[in-house]
Design a protein. Structure first.
Length: 439
């Protein structure tokens, strides 16, 4: 992508968060890295001055930024004067933007494992140009296992840029990260062989949703109706379903839904509703709280991390389900915002559960004790095949197991025994695979 194409991709929003990384020169500052993102509510302007190296964060109207970049591109001038409350200096740029090639990546909501989850589809545009920084800093020598630098300045450049920048360590020279609010998939509800897809955005009704399914194969295109919802009825439940939301030929957002165990990981916008064989009232009446079932009135006052402890305990025992919106007596109280509650739990799960655990949210429509219709949120936890699972808090790991209807902290002897059992299982599995290979 050339620079002229980059300008066409820049977002519609007028105010952007800008971060500049600079090296101090006699005549001003040389621009080393520039990062531009959509405006965040918690963004604070700041300056960090480390002598030869300076980091500046401020907000700038996109028109002013494009004007400055165009001057750099056309070489009308090799510098620009930035005048902000915290920083007023001349910035130099020694390269021509016309010589740079830009790459483009799009992140879909909740679909990038181990990457930041965005509220809407996010486009990242960057290039791999390296600025004219001192070459010694890229020829680091190892001395007794530690980095060794020829001069103190080389060490400062290496450690400051690696420690204080807010983006990945291989951040290129120019980096644009912005939310595309034209259209996106807000959420998907899966129930039996039916998919209900909710679309949002100012161009939502101009978009189209294309579905690809495997086993059985299916390819179909759906127009988005005025209610911004697509109802998809499948004759059979496919093994995998791929959804692509498009504006003309441009893919705006995508989802993958699979019944394969290895394909599931926590998503804050895909919900699996109960099927006809899973009657919530019968489950509650016949079983009640126990080894595999836990009731929670809500998640609002869970200061003691009881839900996360239960997830950890279920995963270390036989699995189970947590029902939010049911009190200790089995009465259906209901949850007002199941989407928000589910997202809150899944975010905490991603942040604090250590180990491989599979969980899935379900939404149950039911009649509440008040006599009105309502919703119950179920968090289904599968027994982990990679025990032990831990809950992290303030750099401390705690291990829980399920005994009856309660969660118990594992004693060291319990933990050691579980590790030995899991080790024997792995050894047995390896022997079994070896025997199969001999047949």
């Amino acid at each position: 992508m050339r620079y002229s194409e980059l300008l066409q991709k820049l977002p519609y929003k007028t105010l952007m968060d800008v971060r500049m990384e600079l090296i101090r020169k006699e005549s001003g500052f040389e621009l080393i890295r520039l990062a531009v993102q959509d405006k965040k509510e918690d963004f604070q302007e700041s300056i960090k001055d480390y002598g030869d190296i300076v980091f500046v964060k401020f907000q700038l109207h996109i028109d002013s930024l494009i004007e400055a970049l165009n001057d750099f591109r056309d070489k009308k001038k090799s510098h620009v004067f930035i005048q902000k409350r915290i920083f007023s200096h001349v910035i130099y740029f020694e390269e021509s933007l016309n010589d740079l090639q830009f790459l483009e990546n799009r992140f879909s909501i909740g679909q990038q494992d181990n990457l930041k989850t965005f509220d809407k589809p996010t486009t990242v545009i960057l290039n791999h140009f390296r600025p004219s920084m001192p070459q010694q800093s890229y020829r680091i020598k190892q001395k007794k296992g530690l980095p060794h630098f020829p001069t103190l300045k080389d060490a400062e450049i290496f450690y400051l840029f690696d420690s204080f920048k807010e983006y990945p360590s291989d951040l290129p020279f120019l980096y644009f990260n912005f939310i595309d609010d034209r259209t996106w998939i807000e959420r998907v509800i899966v129930k039996n062989n039916n998919l209900e897809v909710f679309i949002e955005g100012r161009d939502a009704i101009k978009s189209e949703l294309k579905i690809y399914a495997k086993s059985p194969e299916l390819v179909e295109l759906f127009k988005i109706s005025d209610n911004k919802k697509v109802q998809i009825n499948l004759e059979e439940k496919p093994q995998e379903v791929y959804l692509y939301l498009c504006l003309e030929d441009e893919v705006m957002d995508s989802r993958m839904i699979s019944k394969m165990k290895s394909a599931f990981f926590a998503q804050n916008d895909v919900f699996f509703e109960d099927d006809d064989s899973k009657d919530l009232e019968n489950i509650i009446e016949s079983k009640g709280e126990g080894l595999n079932i836990e009731y929670k009135k809500d998640n609002a006052n869970d200061k003691n991390d009881n839900i996360l402890k239960t997830i950890c305990a279920f995963a270390n025992t036989e699995g189970g389900s947590i029902y939010l919106g049911i009190d200790d007596d089995g009465n259906f109280i209901g949850i007002e915002n199941t989407d928000a509650e589910s997202q809150k739990i899944l975010n905490a799960f991603d942040d604090r559960i250590e180990g491989h655990v599979l969980i899935k949210p379900y939404i149950h429509e039911c009649r509440l004790i008040s006599g009105t219709a309502g919703r119950i949120l179920e968090i289904e936890v599968q027994e982990s095949d990679n025990k032990p699972i831990a809950l992290r808090k303030d750099h401390k790991l705690s291990y829980y197991k399920r005994i009856g209807a309660s969660n118990r902290v594992m004693r060291p002897s319990d933990l050691n025994y579980l590790i030995q059992v899991e080790a024997r299982k792995m050894s047995f599995d390896r022997v079994g695979l070896s025997n199969q290979n001999l047949l």
